[in-house]
Ligand binder design. Structure first.
Ligand code: FES
Length: 284
């Protein structure tokens, strides 16, 4: 994990309100694991003072003809514009200076290659699932279920399809794919693949529903939690969630940034996920 100044390589709107940013990131291709995140701070602006967490969409290498670059490695993040921090980010251009801390947190456990796997992503929750799908050994036994409110929330479908992962799209208004909730598709897929391990990232109500379905089917589940974070390294306790077995008498808290953002479902106290949550636009 390193903190350093680096530059934006590109920053493009890929769907209304959703942006994809490529950042020069020496060392990340070897170090970063699926499900990890970075803390990001814009250099040239005073507000927001705090860093913001973003899941790593993918890592890679620049084309050989990018001469003069101090490194050839990059990471990509995908974010939704939801507040001051992401409004500033959407105006960044190639060459703008930023500060990056990472890679941080606990990533996904990839499991055994001969298992069926079902990946469930809601809206911006798709972001950490791309690197997971990329790293899975047996893509022919992996399915991705993408859900959103409208077609604008369904992002990077083609890239998932190019990996060879079967992809199913659903939207609540029926503007793309099947009409309805992604959790309805999950229910059907678990009936067809009852031994599957499930990986999920998205809004808390979706994760809550995914957890109930997986519990009914006795399917192992890993979830990547979205949370507002200040430090990203376990120092401020601003990102804690209640762990399994939590009570007033025996409080048990887990840091999303350090002990997560990926948790096995049985590590968490799911009662807290009924509480109101804030849309953080791709924060881990
Ligand atoms: Fe500070 Fe997690 S963000 S402890």
């Amino acid at each position: 994990m390193k903190n350093y100044k680096t530059i934006v390589l590109s920053n493009q709107e890929i769907s209304p309100g959703y942006y994809r940013m490529q950042i020069l990131a020496p060392g990340y291709d070897a170090q970063a694991r699926a499900g990890q995140f970075v803390m990001f701070r814009v250099q040239r602006s005073l507000p927001p003072l705090l860093r913001r967490p973003f899941g790593i969409f993918r890592t890679g290498f620049l084309a050989p003809d990018c001469d003069g670059m101090p490194s050839k490695e990059f990471i990509e993040i995908v974010y939704k514009v939801v507040g001051l921090g992401t409004e500033i980010m959407q105006d960044l251009h190639q060459g703008d200076q930023i500060e990056l801390l990472g890679p941080l947190g606990r990533g996904f456990d990839l499991g055994a290659p001969d298992e069926d796997k079902i990946l469930v992503g809601g809206g911006i929750g798709l972001v950490p699932l791309y690197m997971l799908a990329e790293k899975l050994d047996n893509k022919a036994r992996s399915r991705l279920l993408m859900g959103g409110r409208t077609r604008d929330d369904i992002i990077t479908v083609t890239e998932f399809e190019r990996l060879g992962v079967e992809t199913y799209v659903s939207t609540e208004d029926g503007s793309l794919g099947e009409e309805g909730l992604v959790t309805q598709v999950l229910e059907r897929k678990l009936q067809k693949y009852p031994q599957a391990t499930v990986y999920a990232c998205g809004p808390m109500p979706m994760l809550d529903a995914v957890q109930r379905i997986c519990a009914n089917h006795k399917a192992p589940l890993q979830v990547s939690l979205e949370a507002l974070m200040a430090c990203g390294v376990g120092a401020c306790l601003g990102c804690v969630v209640k762990g399994a077995g939590h009570s007033e008498e025996t409080p048990r808290y887990l840091c999303t940034c350090k002990q997560g953002p990926v948790f096995n479902a049985e590590e968490l106290d799911w009662r807290q996920l009924d509480e109101p949550q804030q849309d953080c636009g791709g924060c881990r």
